[in-house]
Design a protein. Structure first.
Length: 95
């Protein structure tokens, strides 16, 4: 699940709560009006964030030296070499 998926889920949940607060009227022990006033800014912020284009980081590849180092370390085992390459790329692009 991506961050945008989580934002959409949060927005849907807040909209549901907000709609319920507006339709419930006074409720025993809970100030729905107060809850609604706190939820509205969060809904607005989530809508604005989701309206923005998704930011993409530029892919960072391996240098020839890094690829050579990995291939030499895993010379007879192609599967291990591919796994090592993937691990290094994940490290470079998630860090």
């Amino acid at each position: 699940m991506t961050d945008r998926d989580l934002l959409r889920q949060a927005l849907e949940a807040l909209e549901y709560v907000h709609e319920g607060a507006n339709n419930q009227g006074p409720h025993t022990g809970i100030s729905w009006r107060c809850a609604s006033n706190k939820v509205e800014p969060a809904i607005t912020a989530l809508r604005e964030r989701l309206a923005q284009p998704e930011q993409r980081r530029e892919w960072v590849g391996l240098t020839k030296e890094e690829a050579k180092e990995i291939s030499l370390a895993n010379r007879p085992y192609v599967v291990d070499m591919v796994a090592a390459l993937e691990a290094r790329l994940k490290e470079k692009n998630n860090g």
